[in-house]
Design a protein around this ligand. Structure first.
Ligand SMILES: Nc1ncnc2c1ncn2[C@@H]1O[C@H](COP(=O)(O)OP(=O)(O)O)[C@@H](O)[C@H]1O
Ligand SMILES: [Mg+2]
Length: 347
């Protein structure tokens, strides 16, 4: 018998007056998984996290944790804890006092409390910081304290709502490594919210992509990147070019130019091209030509935006190495047929 998923979200709908924040969302999260809710601002990520935490009771639908219906159970009686975007530490308590807070509420005192606080601070690599005050900590350290405080009660499920988005990029990248390690070491189920696709790809076992309250795709980072289910998912994850095209006889026609494509799709289609599969050569050297509209250096190469006559949007291309081709220059684009993905397009 396979164990029940740690979290089961069944047909959860949340309405605020005329706004449907969540539309019949169903999602199962496995024990020990790190699942990310990904989507643009306002798509319902926080609302879903709050429904799992118990801060809101959904308009319709159920939330089960460990196989038990928790829909009507108040937050403090659910085996979950939450970490927010901006850590809210108690200013009158030192770090150890902040971390011990949940233990005190649960009646864990004395030597056991001290031992658990020391263990939690060690888990987030803040050994020896117990007697510091919040104002003596950096933003990254404060978020580590918030993480220790949320984990000290050993919740089955940790909910993290954009916990790194207020931090500088360098600290954010360090904290991603730390979160992966803490997730491995605790074995807890993490539900992580972000609007940053790079962060989602880097952290997650699986990603759930949301668009305006609807769950549009759930898959591993690799599969979402390789096989986005919709133009929205393709654009939102990995910043793909999504080009209206017509497919027939083993190829597509883009801006009047025929490109052979392996996939067997016929009729109106969206051609999905990742920026890194678009080849760029200087000068008019083939059928698909354009004009460089923008070039940005990104360390290992260049990112171009190329205007192509007949296409609604500039084509994004990521090219490694070489010297930059300047804005205004004519270039030739090429794509490997094996890297083309076609999605059906409704006209
Ligand atoms: N308490 C509330 N009252 C009214 N509308 C809300 C409330 N909370 C969220 N919303 C609306 O629900 C939608 C989803 O919000 P939210 O879950 O916060 O999105 P996200 O976290 O993805 O940015 C938005 O349109 C937002 O304005
Ligand atoms: Mg939010």
């Amino acid at each position: 018998m396979t164990p029940a998923p740690r979290v089961q979200i069944e047909e959860v709908t949340q309405r605020y007056g005329p706004v449907t924040a969540l539309a019949a969302v169903s999602l199962e999260i496995a024990d020990g998984e790190l699942l990310t809710l990904l989507g643009p601002s306002g798509c319902g990520k926080t609302t879903l996290l709050r429904a799992v935490a118990g801060f809101i009771r959904p308009t319709t639908g159920r939330v089960l944790i460990g196989g038990v219906d928790m829909t009507r159970v108040p937050p403090h009686r659910r085996p979950v804890n939450m970490v927010f975007q901006r850590p809210t530490l108690f200013p009158h308590l030192d770090v150890a006092g902040n971390v011990a807070f949940g233990l005190r509420v649960a009646g864990v005192t004395g030597a056991e409390q001290t031992r658990r606080v020391t263990e939690a601070l060690s888990l987030v690599r803040l050994d020896g910081y117990g007697d510091r005050r919040a104002h003596e900590l950096s933003g990254g350290q404060m978020q580590r304290v918030a993480l220790a405080r949320a984990l000290v009660n050993r919740p089955q499920v940790l909910l993290l709502d954009e916990p790194l988005s207020a931090l500088d990029l360098k600290i954010r990248l360090e904290m991603e490594v730390e979160l992966r390690r803490v997730h491995r070491e605790t074995g807890a189920t993490f539900v992580y919210v972000t609007h940053d696709q790079r962060e989602a790809l880097a952290l997650s076992d699986r990603i759930a992509v949301f668009d305006e309250g609807r769950l549009v795709q759930v898959d591993t980072p690799h599969d979402i990147y390789r096989r986005p289910a919709s133009p929205f998912a393709a654009r939102f994850v990995g910043d793909a070019n999504v080009i209206a095209a017509d497919a027939a006889g083993g190829g597509v026609t883009v801006a009047g130019v025929r490109i052979p494509v392996a996939a067997g799709h016929e009729g109106p289609a969206w051609l999905v091209l990742r920026p890194e599969v678009v080849g760029v050569q200087p000068g008019p050297a083939g059928p698909l030509v354009g004009t460089v509209a923008d070039v940005a250096f990104r360390g290992t190469g260049f990112t171009y935006r190329i205007d192509v006559a007949g296409l609604a949007e500039a084509v994004k291309a990521e090219v490694s190495g070489g010297t930059p081709i300047e804005v205004g220059q004519t270039v030739t684009l090429s794509v490997d047929p094996a890297s083309c993905l076609l999605l059906p397009r409704e006209e």
